[in-house]
Design a protein around this ligand. Structure first.
Ligand SMILES: [Zn+2]
Length: 245
């Protein structure tokens, strides 16, 4: 159908604009169809057109908008209303509880764009894997992103062998990353370079654990239905460094 192509193109543009990925494309918002160039939530059709790499690229662009001070002017009420009857998130994230690392903000995302599970030190467990399997297999997310951050208190606690109630068990899950980190300098929590090296290794090991402990996700990755990736957020610069786990 010759009429289909322009519509597809417009839908794609409207998503990219709404997500802020192409802020320079305001010229698209002209003519009678301009009203749909202001989508407030990701639709099923829009998500269907995005590959895992597209989604990672959109998150990278969103982070760039964040750290350059060019975040989208979000209408959260419009997003809430647009997403109330259904959600089609593009990714599921596993991030730390750190108050300074809210993924939706630092990636400049909208309500409904991602699932986000948060636990100190961004380690996986069966409940989180169940959540990720729901997100990808049942709800259609195409990216699993594990994001650690610099100067992470949970990582420092694991390095220091901190003991406190249930926290001890949580930190025990991070300790393999401490042992697995190759670092020739001072291996203490006072050395931020070491802390950050452990945090990155912890992301890598968490990704490996996800593949090992979730045959559902591992199979989806093998079939290229999803991509499992890692990232480190720098508290000082606001920059998220993405890497393939
Ligand atoms: Zn943290």
């Amino acid at each position: 159908m010759c009429s289909e192509q322009p519509v597809h193109r417009l839908h794609r543009r409207s998503f990219l604009k709404a997500s802020g990925a192409l802020t320079a494309m305001t010229f698209v918002s002209s003519g009678p169809l301009s009203s749909i160039a202001h989508a407030d939530a990701l639709t099923k059709a829009q998500r269907a057109k995005l590959s895992p790499d597209d989604i990672l690229a959109l998150m990278k662009k969103g982070n760039r908008r964040f750290y350059t001070g060019k975040r989208e002017d979000h209408n959260f009420l419009a997003q809430q209303r647009a997403s109330a009857k259904g959600q089609y998130p593009a990714a599921v994230l596993l991030t730390c509880i750190d108050s300074r690392a809210p993924a939706e903000t630092i990636l400049d995302l909208r309500i409904g764009d991602i699932f986000n599970s948060r636990v100190a030190g961004n380690v996986e467990n069966s409940d989180i894997l169940g959540s990720m399997e729901f997100a990808c297999k049942l709800a259609g997310a195409k990216v699993v992103l594990v994001m650690g951050h610099t100067a992470c208190g949970a990582i420092k606690g694991a390095i220091d062998n901190a003991e406190l109630g249930n926290l001890s068990g949580l930190l025990a899950k991070i300790k393999p990353a401490v042992a697995a980190t190759t670092y020739t300098g001072e291996r203490t929590s006072k050395n931020y370079a070491f802390v950050d090296a452990v945090a990155r290794k912890n992301v890598e090991l968490t990704i490996a654990d996800i593949r090992k402990d979730s045959p559902v996700l591992a199979e989806m990755e093998t079939q290229r239905a999803i991509k499992i990736a890692g990232a480190m957020y720098n508290l000082e610069t606001g920059v998220v460094d993405f890497f393939v786990g």
